[in-house]
Design a protein around this ligand. Structure first.
Ligand code: HEC
Ligand code: HEC
Length: 211
């Protein structure tokens, strides 16, 4: 409903109408939460309808733990996780929508990915499975599982877009992304250099969900 262009002739009338309008617009806002299918169209533009984004830099949401997704959304909303793109989207989404959106994407099956630089995969596997001895970087597999499937504590990584993974690792390393509980990922990422980050991202995209 658009009241903006309404012209109200009489001041007396305006007063009563204004109260009514405020009440009306308050109800209108509560009812404004769109059905999930409609809201999903907004996300689909960047994350695909099934959460398996194919756009470099945009994360796959499929198969991520629902609580993890919901917390990231609320952190974007509160500015605790910084992303220019998601910051432009999240004001449109009501907090009440986070849980159903998270439940939907968590139930979608993660699709396989393709490495951008296949020659880095072997070096990446070494880091993922064993860590880096020199800097005491821990094995990613220790938390995210050998197949990258993750758990309700550690997000799924398998098949994730390498451009996104690289960017997030650098964000953790530089504390640009600093909403990770106990700063665990910031501590991990600080122990890797850019070459190691690139290699591990190229390995992560090759990880596949077990049938
Ligand atoms: C215009 C493109 C765009 C739209 C539309 C969009 N996103 Fe995103 N989303 C992104 C990008 C880019 C990122 C990566 C942010 C970063 O760099 O930290 C992201 C990140 C996320 C993340 C964090 C994923 C992770 O693994 O931590 C979640 C959750 C998310 N988006 C959910 C949604 C939902 C739900 C919607 C629909 C309401 C939506 N997004 C709409 C582009 C978009
Ligand atoms: C001690 C446990 C632990 C280890 C070891 C670990 N991680 Fe993580 N990782 C986490 C946790 C916890 C999160 C989720 C942070 C949050 O909830 O904000 C995470 C998040 C991530 C994310 C963000 C996922 C997304 O969807 O945005 C990436 C990428 C990642 N880890 C990569 C790695 C890599 C690569 C390694 C190995 C070099 C690694 N992790 C080692 C615990 C760990």
């Amino acid at each position: 409903m658009k009241y903006k262009n309404n012209r109200i002739g009489s001041a007396v009338l305006a007063c009563g109408t204004l109260v009514g309008m405020l009440l009306l617009s308050a109800t209108a806002r509560a009812d404004d939460i769109p059905p999930l299918e409609e809201r999903l169209q907004l996300c689909a533009g960047c994350h695909n309808p099934d959460g398996n984004s194919v756009i470099p830099g945009n994360p796959k949401l499929s198969g991520l733990d629902a609580k993890y997704i919901a917390r990231q959304l609320s952190d974007f909303k509160e500015g605790k996780r910084v992303s220019e793109v998601m910051a432009s989207i999240i004001p449109m989404v009501d907090e009440k929508e986070f849980k159903p959106l998270a439940a939907y994407f968590s139930k979608q099956k993660r699709t396989d990915g393709v490495p951008e630089k296949a020659d880095l995969v072997a070096a990446g596997k070494q880091i993922f499975d064993e860590g880096v001895i020199g800097t005491a970087a821990p094995a990613c597999a220790g938390c995210h599982n050998e197949d990258g499937s993750g758990s309700n504590k550690f997000p799924r990584l398998s098949g994730q877009d390498p451009t996104y993974v690289k960017a997030q690792m650098l964000n953790f390393k530089n504390a640009v992304r600093n909403n990770d509980p106990k700063a665990v990922m910031q501590a991990v990422a600080k122990r890797l250099n850019e070459q190691e980050i690139e290699a591990v991202a190229e390995y992560i995209v090759t990880l596949k969900e077990a049938e």
